[in-house]
Design a protein around this ligand. Structure first.
Ligand code: GLN
Length: 545
């Protein structure tokens, strides 16, 4: 164990959306493969305290940590690549930083001093970085600074990075993720924007140790030299990062260029081992699968603005991939617009083409009736169905309406006056909403769930008790539970501490299962989630028969 943690700051230049999160995850994965305890953390420059209040079409998926912080999808990437679970300490926003400094000022903790943006804000940032390193016991901590250099909003974070370097230059390195465009009229890769980005970084008092060149193609020798000369980095430290088909290839690409070794060298550390074997073997296998499995995802967060549906449901998509790969099939995921089933019920016929159907988490009324119709189709046609959170709640609504014949049964989220509130708000949530206390107040994070022996859920997990992450305000109403169960919808997973339904499943069906939690937050390329695996198996089974 090195005496103290080493820190690598990763920032972006030229433009956003370069896959900085994947770069950070991949660097950490490579270093982990070299025998070091590597961890990653994210700094988001927005003023929101967490990502929970943001629309997924604007900021992508909201990822929930084990201890219940609503973060952005990069934390999910770090967890998936490193196969670890992070806590709220690994995520910080401008809002959080200011909130703690202001709180401390109000508590007189600055003892009458003037509290200034510099150095008090960077000092709080540094305190948080060090705490995250401590909590994760990281030997190597990779810190992703959101946004691009030169923007006003991440200046104080760059300032913190610079100050950490000043305190101990041997323990801090910087890596700039840049972009090299190839204008179609020229057909030639251009380095000038990267030169400007490095200048902007220099202006913040930071000199990059590495420049990572995102581009459509690998960087060639002349351009590598140009970046080296103009940006003042060694040509060997100009790293090529061309587009790839799967994000999981990125660590292998970095390993081929010896990036992990180069980072360790600069920290005067020696590799302890070299082991990306299982990872490489998985990727080799993945390229060879011939049979596909067709999974339909019914959603409403369709492409708007900068984000697409795949960003809104990133963890679900990755979980399907992990499960399919473990089984040896190629995942073919399609987006089905819930509202299209409302416009025309004949569109439901299209569901025939799929081997399995997922209704993922969601909020609000738009598309709800369409989702319910799709669930009804899956139930009646023995199409494997997997409901995640809202997908469980709407399956219960569907079942109550069409099997129990409870007319206008609904969730009170959509119809507060329904005669049959089969899904209703958790008791403690009412007071919170009344006080307009919305931020970070859902039932969040990990809770335990006890599984009923013999159930599909129990069989899939192969254990009587599991811990899964939550993000919801509504819940199955216990007073309907007996009736639902009598008609065949079994509550096969329950939180024993509060007697809350966590899993429901249909007995006379190959796979019809809904979960109140989000299993997609605990799936890894080399360790798929057992429920996703079972679901994909059921989908394959249907395809064969
Ligand atoms: N809107 C539902 C609730 O608040 C479901 C939430 C979700 O799917 N994450 O309970």
């Amino acid at each position: 164990m090195p005496k103290s943690t080493r820190y690598l700051f990763v920032m972006g230049g030229v433009l956003s959306g370069l896959g900085k999160g994947i770069a950070v995850s991949s660097i950490a994965r490579v270093l982990q493969g070299m025998g070091y305890r590597a961890s990653a953390m994210k700094i988001d420059p927005y003023v929101n305290v967490d990502a929970g209040t943001m629309n997924p079409t604007e900021h992508g998926e909201v990822f929930v940590t084990k201890d219940g912080l609503e973060t952005d999808q990069d934390i999910g990437n770090y967890e998936r690549f490193l196969q670890i679970e992070l806590s709220r300490d690994s995520y910080m926003t401008t809002g959080q930083v200011y909130l703690s400094v202001i709180r401390r000022e109000r508590n007189l903790e600055y003892r009458g001093k003037t509290v200034r943006p510099v150095p008090d804000i960077p000092n709080e940032v540094i305190r948080r970085i060090k705490r995250a390193a401590q909590v994760t016991r990281a030997e190597l901590m990779i810190i992703e600074i959101g946004g691009t250099v030169g923007e006003y909003e991440n200046l104080l974070f760059l300032e913190a990075a610079r100050m950490m370097h000043l305190q101990d230059p041997t323990a801090v390195q910087f890596l700039l993720v840049s972009y090299l465009p190839i204008p179609s009229k020229l057909g030639e890769m251009k380095t000038k924007p990267t030169q400007h980005a490095v200048r902007a970084l220099n202006a913040a008092g930071i000199h990059p140790d590495f420049v990572l060149c995102r581009a459509e193609r690998p960087i060639d020798q002349p351009r590598r030299e140009r970046i080296s000369v103009f940006c003042n980095v060694h040509p060997d430290d100009v790293v090529s990062a061309p587009d790839v088909t799967s994000v999981y290839e990125v660590p292998l690409n970095f390993e081929r260029q010896g990036l992990g070794q180069k980072i360790l060298n600069k920290f005067l550390l020696a590799p302890r081992r070299r082991d990306l074997r299982a990872w490489r073997a998985l990727l080799q296998r993945v390229g060879r699968f011939r049979r596909g499995v067709r999974i339909g995802m019914v959603g409403k967060y369709f492409s708007t603005g900068a984000f697409t549906l795949s960003d809104s449901y990133l963890s679900v998509i990755e979980s399907i991939k992990h499960a399919a790969w473990a089984i040896g099939v190629r995942p073919e995921i399609s987006w089905l617009d819930a509202e299209s089933f409302e416009r025309n019920r004949r569109n439901l016929k299209l569901l025939e083409r799929y081997d399995g159907l997922i209704v993922p988490g969601g909020f609000g009324a738009r598309g709800v009736e369409g989702k319910i119709s799709a669930i009804e189709y899956a139930r009646r046609h023995h199409l494997p169905y997997f409901g995640l959170c809202y997908g469980l709640q709407l399956a219960v609504v569907e079942f109550a309406r069409h099997v129990l014949k409870l007319k206008r049964a609904h969730t009170t989220e959509i119809d507060p006056r329904t005669p049959h509130p089969v899904i209703d708000m958790l008791a403690e949530q009412r007071a919170k909403l009344k006080a307009r206390d919305f931020g970070g107040t859902m039932r969040l994070g990990e809770y335990r769930c006890r599984l009923v022996p013999g159930s599909l859920a129990y069989q899939s997990y192969g254990q009587p008790q599991v811990f899964e992450r939550h993000r919801h305000r509504y819940e199955v109403t216990n007073r309907y539970r007996a009736a639902l169960e009598r008609a065949g919808l079994q509550a096969s997973g329950v939180n024993p501490d509060r007697n809350l339904v966590e899993v429901m499943e249909l007995k006379q069906h190959p796979f019809f299962l809904g979960v109140q939690f989000h299993p997609e937050f605990k799936s890894y390329p080399l360790a798929p989630h057992p429920l996703f695996k079972r679901f994909v198996q059921a989908a394959i089974h249907r395809q064969r028969s």
